[in-house]
Each structure stands twice: as C-alpha cells, then as structure tokens.
Design a protein around this ligand. Structure first.
Ligand code: FE2
Length: 381
C-alpha cells in the first residue's frame, strides 16, 4: 500500500511504499518533473534553468490518482504527475554510511583468482552479435578488463576493437603506438626487461580512460602481459593502514612527461582519487612518470613515501596479478582509471610486436547501456 503526507509548509513530501518511508523536497520534485514543458520529450533534456523555478516553490496539494502521484506546485499552480515507483527508484533519503573508497555496485574487485575466469570475447562473435558484445562490455565495466581472441593479424587491427564500442583518442603518440621488442639475450641492450604494473599516461589531463593492446607477432618466450586491479590494491592498502590510504587520497602527486622537444605534459592529481562522497573513482600509479612531489605537506611527506612504497609492494604481490599470454590476433582492453598493466621480462630469442591505442570509457559505457537497454526491451516484448 502507498500513502503520502506533506508537511504544513509544503516543503517536504513523505512517500510510504511497502512499509518504507522516503522524504522528498518540493524543490527536488519540481526540478524532476517529467512533463514536456520541463523536459524535452525527444531527448529528455531539461528545458528550464534553476532560475525558471520560483525559489519559494512548495507543494499546494498532493494526491494519489490512478496509482500516480499528482502534485500541484505553488506559486506556479502547476500540476505534475509522478510514478511512485520512479520516486522509490530515485530516492535520496538515506544515511551516508559508506566508508572512504567505496566502489559502485556494478564493480567487482578481483585478484589472481580471476585467472580461471578471464572475461574473453571472440572477435567475430563480438562483431556480429550484439548479445555477445553486450556481455563482454558488461564484463569490462565490472572487472575493468577484458580479453579478445581470434582477431585478424594485420597492421591496425586494433581499431576494429575500438570500433566495437567507441572512438580512438589520438595523442602526441599518434592514433596508435608501436610496441616492438627484439629479444636477444646476448646483448643486454635488447633484452626485454619487465615493467612494473602501471596505469598509462597519468601526465595527461585527462588521462586516457581506456587502453587497447593488440598482439601481431609473438615469437619470444616470456613477455607475458599481466594486469592488477588497482581498486582492489588500494582497498587492501586501506584495510592494512587507513592513514596510508588517506595520505595518497588527500594530496596531489604530479606526473610529467617530456619525451621530445615538442612535448611537455604534466598533471597534478592524487594517486587515489575519490569523489566528494568518498567513492573510489580513479587510481594513478606509474613509477616512470611520477614527478617531484611538492604538494605533500612537510609533516606528511614521510608517511606519503611509506604509503607509496606499500602500495607498490601490494601491486607487485603475485596474489594480486592475473598473467596471460597474448598471441597474434589477441588483444586486451583495460579501464586505465582502474586496472594496471605490465609486461613480464623475456627469456630466449625472438620478436614481439604489439600495437596500442587509447579510447574513452564514456563511449564504452554508452554502448553497453544502449545494448543492455535493447536486450531488456526485447526480453519484455
Ligand atoms: Fe603501459
């Protein structure tokens, strides 16, 4: 049973549905009216500015009519209908009791055990079947990582992966960058050394949010790729030592890159980035591009370095990493705001050729939302 009540001033409406009470402010309700004068029927965009709504907006009357809630707002004398289920789904009347570093409900943190259940998509299936693509993009959203197999072995094939969900983000490296390694252990200069797991390009503003790495040649032994869930790593840091988590979240690091005479990139951002309500939204970790730290207060600097060291140890812990080999025609996609990637060292002779590029996470999410919305509609039809 659904009941409603309004306070004497008409400023707050209380909706009681299925035994749960939720309060809504009159100004919030008016702002969220779905009528065609408030929101454009085609694209849902708001037609009003805040100033178009009177500051003294209040509820003149509220009644339940045919399972809908009808509210008359004064002084406009405007009548608007709401679906109570919509209000329940969008209620904000709750206590904020989440700890710093909480993650969105659609995210699953992982460690090395994910290796038995890697999110892998077949390139041809992803290209032809929207259900496969929807599932695979859903996995990339959930885990921040996904692998693709059975793609073509040809120069530029990685663009076919980006085409599945969005657009390439071009940088000073070009539309794509080459990762070629000649492995010859008799000459140290050509030995393929391993790299510590990192997020790419934290010196950009904004940093690239998606990276694709595509394998075209792989005859050298070793050189496996590995990924680490940066969100899981910083959550572990917080559980071990909250002060370490806080110092990395509360102070900006600085990242820089000046690879040639035409490039001077820098960004001042924290290694652990939180939204104002404490949601964990981004991790930046890259030992090669960390610049001189000057924005950490003197009395926090020693703790900052201890925290940075400990975070690096957690990231290097094999219990956190998923390792896999990329063969020609295989690729992986990472959410570069969350998942760190690395290459293991090589042993033996041979060559390895990968191509990489950047893309944007908003496009990936948008494609996923559209495909999953279609699936819901088809399921309901
Ligand atoms: Fe990288």
């Amino acid at each position: 049973m659904t009941t409603i009540s309004v306070d004497p001033a008409g400023e707050v409406l209380t909706l009681n549905a299925r035994g749960v009470s939720r309060r809504f402010h009159a100004i919030w309700l008016r702002d969220n009216a779905q009528d065609p004068q408030t929101r454009a029927p085609g694209n849902g965009q708001k037609m009003l500015t805040m100033q178009d709504i009177p500051a003294d907006t209040h509820i003149g009357s509220a009644t339940l009519v045919d399972r809908e809630l009808e509210i008359v707002f004064l002084p406009e004398d405007k009548s608007v209908r709401y679906d109570p289920e919509w209000l329940v789904a969008h209620a904000y009347d709750r206590t904020q009791d989440q700890s710093r570093g909480w993650t969105a409900p659609g995210i699953t943190l992982w460690d090395a055990t994910l290796r038995d259940d890697l999110p892998v998509g077949d390139f041809n299936e992803l290209s032809n079947k929207s259900t496969s693509l929807c599932d695979w993009l859903g996995a990339v959203n959930r885990y921040g990582f996904g692998k693709i197999a059975n793609g073509p072995v040809e120069d530029g094939a990685l663009f076919g992966i980006v085409d599945l969900f969005g657009y390439v983000r071009e940088t000073n490296y070009g539309k794509l960058f080459e990762v070629r390694t000649e492995v010859n252990p008799t000459n140290l200069a050509f030995t393929g050394l391993g790299l510590q797991a990192h997020t790419d390009n934290p010196y950009r503003d904004p940093a690239p949010t998606v990276q694709v790495l595509y394998c075209l040649e792989s005859s050298a032994a070793g050189g496996e790729n590995m990924v680490v869930d940066g969100f899981a790593a910083v959550q572990r840091l917080r559980l071990e030592n909250e002060e370490y988590f806080d110092v990395l979240a509360d102070h900006a690091a600085c990242f820089e890159y000046a690879g040639d005479e035409n490039t001077r990139l820098s960004a001042r951002r924290p290694m652990i980035e939180l939204a104002p309500d404490g949601e964990l939204i981004s991790v930046r970790f890259n030992n090669r591009s960390l610049a001189t730290l000057t924005d950490v207060p003197f009395d926090k600097m020693a703790t900052y370095y201890a925290a940075y060291r400990r975070l690096g140890e957690i990231i290097d812990d094999e219990a956190m990493e998923v390792t896999f080999r990329l063969n020609p025609g295989e690729a992986f996609v990472v959410d570069n705001t969350r998942v760190l990637h690395a290459r293991k060292g090589y042993s033996g002779e041979g060559t390895r050729w990968l191509q990489g590029c950047y893309a944007d996470k908003d496009g990936l999410r948008s494609t996923y939302e559209v495909l999953s919305g279609k699936r819901v509609k088809e399921g309901a039809a």
